[in-house]
Design a protein around this ligand. Structure first.
Ligand code: NAP
Length: 259
């Protein structure tokens, strides 16, 4: 399917690896020029070079912490006019409700709620002026069904979801769509980190830990960044112009709910 977005320009945040990279690759395959970002310059430049070589699109790499005001300003400055925005950043650490301080909440809200909002606030006015834009926020399945030890993430991402629900309806008339993608367990570095936690807690090997985690997923496996990226690219396509303010789960059926 021709997604109809060749020649558009996308900013994909936190995209040297994992889900962000999956989105960047799928957009590049559709002919979209990219601005990529991550904190580590070396991995970011390697990803940028790989995508340039494979898809022949223009790729600009801006190293920096997207959750920090000064770095984000540099990324936005270098990015210039953007048609497609994919927001993403690392998630807050796990813990227990009684231990979280006000500062922990402020950090989580800054990273996973106020940063995507700041990016949308900066980039959507020009999309509205041009009469076309796409925003996809990478959130989490925890928005639909909480993960108890990820209370900081549950809180910040649900706040972003509420903001998107209203804002998507304010900008839709101008050809700008805003939607959220909710990953369940995907095969990224984060999955390996979570497996290490299970391996330690249950005194099993990493392989066993992966099997234990996969058993709780009706598909019996993790999602891939290619599947995730393809869904993102479709949401950014010309065909998805009537999809507004939605929360799309990619979790292999793990969230057991009728709708
Ligand atoms: P990942 O494989 O660890 O990749 C994270 C990417 O984001 C890397 O490129 C990393 O590069 C970059 N990054 C992290 N923090 C950043 C920051 N502050 N500024 C700029 N770049 C940053 O992670 P992932 O699995 O793709 O997860 C992406 C998001 O989805 C996270 O918020 C995660 O909590 C959420 N999520 C993931 C899953 C899953 O199963 N994978 C499930 C639910 C939710 P640098 O480290 O060099 O900055």
């Amino acid at each position: 399917m021709d997604l109809g977005i060749a020649g558009k320009r996308a900013l994909v945040c936190a995209s040297s690896k994992g889900l962000g990279r999956g989105c960047a690759e799928a957009l590049a395959e559709a002919g979209v020029d990219l601005v990529l970002n991550a904190r580590g310059a070396e991995a970011l430049e390697a990803t940028a070079q790989d995508i340039r070589a494979r898809y022949g699109v223009t790729v600009t790499a801006i190293a920096g912490d997207i959750t920090k005001d000064a770095d984000r300003a540099r990324v936005l400055d270098a990015a210039g006019d953007i048609d497609i925005l994919v927001t993403n950043a690392g998630g807050p650490p796990p813990g227990k409700w009684a231990d979280w301080t006000r500062d922990d909440f402020i950090r989580a809200l800054d990273a996973n709620m106020l940063t995507p909002i700041a990016l949308m606030t900066a980039l959507m006015p020009a999309m509205i002026d041009r009469g076309w834009g796409r925003v996809v926020n990478i959130t989490s399945q925890s928005v639909k069904a909480p993960i108890p030890q990820l209370g900081l993430s549950n809180a910040a991402r649900t706040g972003l979801t509420g903001y998107v629900a209203g804002t998507a309806r304010q900008v839709a008339a101008y050809g700008v769509t805003v939607n959220n993608l909710l990953p369940g367990s995907h095969d990224t570095d984060r999955a390996v980190a979570l497996e290490k936690g299970v391996a330690t807690a249950q005194n099993v090997s990493l392989d066993e830990a992966r099997k234990i985690r996969c058993k709780s997923i009706p598909s019996g496996r993790y999602g891939t960044i290619t599947e995730f990226g393809a869904t993102c690219a479709f949401l950014c396509s010309q065909h998805a112009g009537f999809i507004v303010g939605q929360n799309i789960l990619l979790d292999g059926g793990q969230t057991s709910a009728t709708i």
